[in-house]
Ligand binder design. Sequence first.
Ligand code: HEC
Length: 467
Amino acid sequence: MSLFSRNRVWILLAAASVGLSAIGAARHATAASPSGKPGAKVTFARDVAPILVKNCASCHRPGEIAPFSLLTYADAKKRAAQIADVTATRFMPPWHAESHGEFVDECKLSTEEIGVIKAWAAAGAPEGDHIKVPAAVPANPTGWSLGKPDLVLELPRPYKMAAEGGDVYRCFVLPTGFTEDTYIAGLEVHPGNTRVVHHVIAYLDAAGSAKKLETAMTDGQPGYLAQGGLGIFPTGALGGWAPGNMPHMLPEGVGTLVKKGSDVVLQIHYHADGKVEPDQSRIGLYFAKKGVDKRLRILPVFAPLNIPAGEAHYQTTGNSIVPLQHPTSIIQVMPHMHLLGKSMVVTANMPDKSSKTLVNVPAWDFNWQTNYMYRDPVKLPAGSSLALAATYDNSTANPHNPSSPPRQVGWGEATTDEMCIAFVWYTIDSEHISQGKPVTDLLDMLGGLGSGGGAGRRQRRPVNPAP
Ligand code: HEC
């Protein structure tokens, strides 16, 4: 299928890149569950605070992505009715997959918890004994949340983002200096200036191609211009960052391969904000310390699309280009669509004709490009194929429709175009690199996708993402 050209695949990876990264919204603190005794008066201290600490504070605290804090009684009391509303409709906490505990960071309230919040708001939001309020999640530390990185790579000097003239895609070549092939278990991106940094993607270039483009640049600024793209065919990707990102490590024994001598090509998408803004972003790399047994690979599943203007329930399906060649463990899955997306189901079809749902997102929300990581990797036999089924709403009834009146929409990178992909990250069960038994997969040869991937899970896309 022409969709599976090498360039195309990488364009798609770029578009979804942020999701490759280390995201993960909620590192939840443990807390006691609400007493929920019938008739007992519901209080903030005993009943509500533990729910907020566990399910909300990871984002609703200073330095995080939610617009206000929910750490104290005063914070919560002010918004009691609104909190009751958004939890009853399940708008908050944001979680869009149908799931039953199979994903890391699953963030959902039980019906009982929703009832407790509702009763509390209805009773006038009583505080109760403030001594009993559980400790909140600490404010986001300013340092590296994965600990001290093994290697920090930084723009050589600040890039000055122009005050006007629209968005800029600038790529910065950061040599790793690796003298041997190295496995990476984690990536943490520290955007230098979040007023203008929209997203960051860390690609790999083992061929020195990006360096040549950078050298040819004559505008006196670091990096090179690659509007909307990368300008080269990368040899891999490490992950990325968008607002809301929280970095996570890959499972033990799993790593992303970085070939010796590789450069990291940091693609930064800047928004102009009306002032000249300097940015000096940096990334921290975490090496796989305990020895890597399995390389993280990525298999994108695509579906074709051509959505007529006004169509409210456009359906499309697609299959992986080839079945899995080996017994495989699925580590994480990330559906990717744009603003017309309504739903996506990703399924594994086994050779014995049975099938298994990998992820089902019944109400797609473009703002949450979640990378669903399994608590226990999903085992699939060789010969399994991966399929996706997605629906789109290109009618005026879709409040997110970027085109008014609606227009015919096809594949493309712009936010006004659409995409239909599920990125599936996996490892091969028979691969034991630490015992000198690497595996060469047919898919590796189909475009070097094997080195893609990242440690991440979950992020909220910026509100007005540009292409
Ligand atoms: C993964 C991060 C995250 C978690 C967890 C989270 N929120 Fe939010 N919350 C947000 C963001 C981001 C917004 C801004 C709304 C948006 O743009 O989607 C928001 C908005 C809100 C709003 C305002 C809604 C509006 O209509 O403006 C309320 C109230 C709220 N959250 C309550 C909660 C409560 C209560 C919880 C826990 C039960 C929670 N949130 C958990 C990220 C989070």
